[in-house]
Design a protein around this ligand. Structure first.
Ligand code: HEC
Ligand code: HEC
Length: 319
């Protein structure tokens, strides 16, 4: 265009005529040609600087030595360098101290999201609320099987949990089962059922669920007097739990309820510390060579479990 601005029709034509329109043989616009040559130069420069040509097993490396994975690793190292002081500080703090320190609390919660998503959400649901009927406890309510204090939550995570209720199919007459199902439903509705309660006591249910049927956290037994169901409030489901129990290895239809153990090592340490404190001893004086033999499994580090404890505690149901 630039060259033939004044007399575009003075150049030769290609000999083609379309519907009376003659096809001229003008050269391409200068700016366009320059851009084309420049892009050719860029391709060559790029080929020289960056990995480009695929070879049999590898590719040409390029003068800059740049790789995608290298860039990722550099970025990761930067993130880790930023996190390191927090991680070091966190490792030395107790869960209670973390909860009291706003900055560390924010850090712990922020960095727990991925940890929780990777390890816990499959069962407990994103945000601690599992799908209805999934058979996993909701971590966002005030109803705790094993207790909702930070120490109890930390122990649940470190040690894992596996509630046990024996199957009662062979221990109860059908009418007794009916009566106990009714007692459980009545209790959840706040209705007094004295005959049912007498049977509940006579059949030993109280030993695990407590005389008032509100559950005993040392056993992880469910509270039978509220409307929060560990499994389900349906009559048939309550019957199923009573007949087949929970985690009863001798009953094929038993309910399975297993919370995996995340650190046997931390569980042993927490237990030893609790014993020491109960005995009036200084937990810092514990001889760990007596307590730990070095083979304890650890699927998550102590720091990660602390973070998750804080994270679960702030779901809203923590006590
Ligand atoms: C394979 C499924 C599964 C995974 C994964 C899992 N849990 Fe659990 N969790 C359970 C079950 C089942 C229970 C209830 C155990 C019982 O009924 O005795 C439970 C119980 C708990 C409890 C005690 C709840 C209470 O009411 O006292 C806490 C806290 C908890 N889980 C936290 C976590 C955290 C944090 C993670 C991730 C590190 C996690 N869980 C991963 C299945 C799972
Ligand atoms: C050895 C202890 C033990 C005994 C005995 C026992 N339970 Fe349980 N029961 C449990 C535990 C533990 C759970 C919760 C299991 C879990 O979440 O892993 C439970 C759960 C239940 C549930 C489910 C509640 C819900 O919210 O879904 C019902 C109903 C129940 N028990 C009724 C009874 C009745 C009735 C008896 C007496 C016939 C009885 N249990 C005897 C330990 C026991």
């Amino acid at each position: 265009m630039a060259d033939n601005k004044n007399e575009p029709t003075q150049v030769g034509d290609t000999g083609h005529v379309w519907d009376g329109i003659r096809e001229l043989d003008n050269p391409c616009p200068r700016w366009w040609l320059n851009a084309l040559y420049l892009s050719g130069v860029i391709v060559v420069v790029y080929f020289i600087l960056y990995p480009s040509l695929p070879l049999v097993h590898d590719s040409t490396k390029g003068l800059l030595g740049w790789t995608q994975i290298g860039e990722y690793k550099e970025d990761l190292a930067k993130v880790q360098a930023k996190r390191a002081p927090f991680e070091d500080k966190l490792a030395k703090m107790s869960v209670d101290e973390i909860l009291a320190d706003k900055e560390m609390l924010n850090y712990a919660i922020g960095s727990s999201k991925v940890l929780y998503g990777d390890n816990c959400a499959a069962c407990h649901g994103a945000g601690g609320a599992p799908a209805e009927g999934a058979g996993y406890p909701n971590l966002t309510d005030d109803d705790w099987l094993y207790g909702g204090t930070v120490d109890e939550i930390q122990m649940s995570i470190a040690k894992g949990r596996q509630g046990l209720m024996p199957a009662h199919e062979k221990l109860l007459k059908p009418e007794e089962v009916d009566q106990l199902v009714k007692f459980v439903i009545d209790s959840s509705n706040g209705v007094k059922n004295e005959a049912g309660h007498a049977l509940f006591t006579a059949k030993g249910c109280f030993a695990c669920h407590g005389a008032d049927a509100k559950g005993i956290k040392e056993m992880g037994s469910a509270n039978l007097t509220d409307k929060i169901w560990r499994f389900s409030g349906e009559e048939s489901e309550i019957r199923k739990t009573i007949l087949h129990g929970v985690n009863d290895a001798n009953d094929k239809q038993t309910r399975v309820a297993v919370m995996p153990q995340w650190s046997q090592k931390l569980a042993v340490m927490l237990e030893a510390k609790a014993y020491a404190i109960a005995d009036g001893e200084d937990p810092n004086e514990i001889d760990w060579s007596d307590e730990l033999d070095g083979t304890e499994a650890e699927r998550l580090s102590e720091t990660d479990i602390k973070k998750l404890t804080v994270y679960v505690h702030q779901f809203g149901g923590g006590q």
